[in-house]
Design a protein around this ligand. Structure first.
Ligand code: FHN
Length: 456
């Protein structure tokens, strides 16, 4: 299995949804799309609850409009680096089947079918190499609305009996899609761009109808044979559709915006949105605060997982100012507090009510604990329940201010002063003598099945 250390150390990545659907941005012929806010679904959802969506010929008029003036890979990736991200992934192909690279497998791609005529993925790879970000791809392997054999939305769903019923392709024609488009395109992405990881997308046991053991093995073996480094996520479908389960993939992916309140003893991530939609949506104003986004990052880090924050650029390649401000604020916070995130590990200590704790092992055999304080109250004692190691020193990471503490056989606690360094999340460093157990040391072999809160 490929090495996952870089992925675990990274903790923070930027995800991007960008494609033809970014042009209508949730509104088709003046009407807001139905069902939910996922603007990348407009082709299938715009008439909901009526069936049919946007006819293919009409949707394809977007091809000639896809000609962004502001596709500036260098600017984009620098912005992600400045936000503190260590890796980047983009929708190489989303459910509409449109490829953002000059694929020799299907001409339904940005080079052959749009006026842009640029290798979007190739240019982004160069920028990632320049700024030192690892690079990988979202690839919609199950749903594909361009190829006649690709799966359609699994509607009606259990949650939404009103969904317009879809007539799925036959197994034979899905085989054609799988072996003529999906598998060769995935191989192309590794060969052309040296993909470091894939984020395959399924979320429901309904996908098992098409994502059979044999097909999953063919796809996984293609990745494994083409690269000994490339990571594969659980939403490829192993959770539901493979007898060996997630043991044969490299990292677990949670459901959309799903932040589990437990630790997992293997690499995992949550992908989350700035607002409701993944791709840009003209009418989606529900921006999460920077504090909320930072808590997503810290919560996951403390539980051994990553946070992949999604950006949806406008069709012309610009970014909304609400997104830019939040990216800058996250970057400024990480500039100060990055050592309390990157390369840290979850601890086998009780999760405190006042915030979260992670650790780094120091070269001298001692341990540095990072206490992320969510609610700083002057004079308050923060108890570190279960810590039996002797405390050597405690200080605020940003200011260096030393803090009083109690460290004896029955209690470990730190007293806060009135100098709160950051009302969103403040970090306190607590150096202790000796080793503090990692969560992973104690959890080998636990059942770490991800779940999904997003079902069509
Ligand atoms: O249907 C997609 C959706 O458009 C988006 O890409 C998300 C990202 O996690 N995945 C699917 C739904 O879970």
């Amino acid at each position: 299995m490929p090495d996952t250390k870089w992925f675990c150390d990274a903790r923070f990545g930027i995800f991007m949804h960008w494609g033809l659907y970014s042009i209508p941005a949730g509104v088709w012929q003046g009407k807001k799309m139905g069902r939910n806010w996922y603007s990348e679904w407009i082709r299938m959802q715009h008439k909901w609850p009526e069936p049919g969506g946007i006819p293919r010929e009409e949707y394809d008029t977007l091809l000639e409009q896809f000609n962004p003036d502001n596709f500036q890979p260098d600017v984009w990736v620098k912005q992600f680096k400045d936000a503190g991200a260590k890796y980047f992934l983009i929708t190489a192909k989303h459910h509409d089947g449109f490829a953002l690279w000059p694929s020799k497998v299907s001409s339904y791609n940005v080079y052959d079918a749009t006026p842009l005529k640029r290798d979007v993925l190739g240019e982004l790879k160069d920028a990632c190499d320049k700024y030192g970000l690892e690079y990988g791809f979202y690839y919609s392997h199950w749903l594909d609305w361009e190829h006649p054999g690709g799966a359609l939305p699994p509607w009606p769903s259990r949650e939404n009996p009103k969904d317009p019923p879809m007539v799925q392709p036959s197994q034979e024609s899905f085989d054609q899609y799988w072996y003529e488009k999906c598998v060769p395109q995935v191989k192309e992405l590794i060969d052309n761009y040296d993909a470091k990881f894939f984020w395959f997308d399924s979320w429901d046991d309904k996908s098992s109808h098409f994502l059979t053991e044999e097909r999953l093995d063919a796809l996984i073996n293609t990745v494994r044979n083409a690269s000994d480094k490339c990571l594969i996520n659980s939403r490829i479908g192993t959770t539901w559709s493979h007898p060996k389960g997630d043991s044969i993939v490299d990292y677990l992916s949670m459901g959309d915006n799903e932040f589990p309140d437990q630790k997992f003893a293997r690499p995992w991530e949550t992908s989350g949105t700035f607002n409701e939609s993944w791709a840009c949506h003209k009418l989606d104003y529900s921006w999460k605060s920077t504090q909320t986004l930072l808590k997503c990052l810290v919560d996951n880090t403390s539980r051994g997982g990553n946070f992949q924050l999604n950006v949806g650029p406008n069709a012309d390649g610009t970014f909304g100012i609400a997104m830019i401000r939040r990216l800058k604020e996250i970057g400024a916070w990480l500039d100060v507090n990055g050592e309390a995130i990157y390369g840290t590990e979850p601890v086998a200590l009780e999760e405190p009510e006042w915030g979260r704790i992670v650790k780094s092992e120091l070269d001298d055999g001692n341990t540095r604990l990072y206490c992320h304080v969510y609610d700083w109250q002057s004079g308050c004692d923060l108890e570190i329940a279960g810590l039996t190691n002797e405390i050597q020193q405690v200080f605020v990471l940003e200011s260096g201010e030393a803090l009083e503490y109690i460290s004896n056989d029955s209690k470990a606690s730190v007293t806060l002063t009135s100098h709160c360094p950051d009302e969103r999340i403040s970090v306190i460093i607590c150096d202790v003598v000796g080793h503090v157990a990692s969560f992973a040391d104690e959890q080998i072999g636990i059942d770490s099945k991800p779940h999904s809160n997003f079902a069509f």
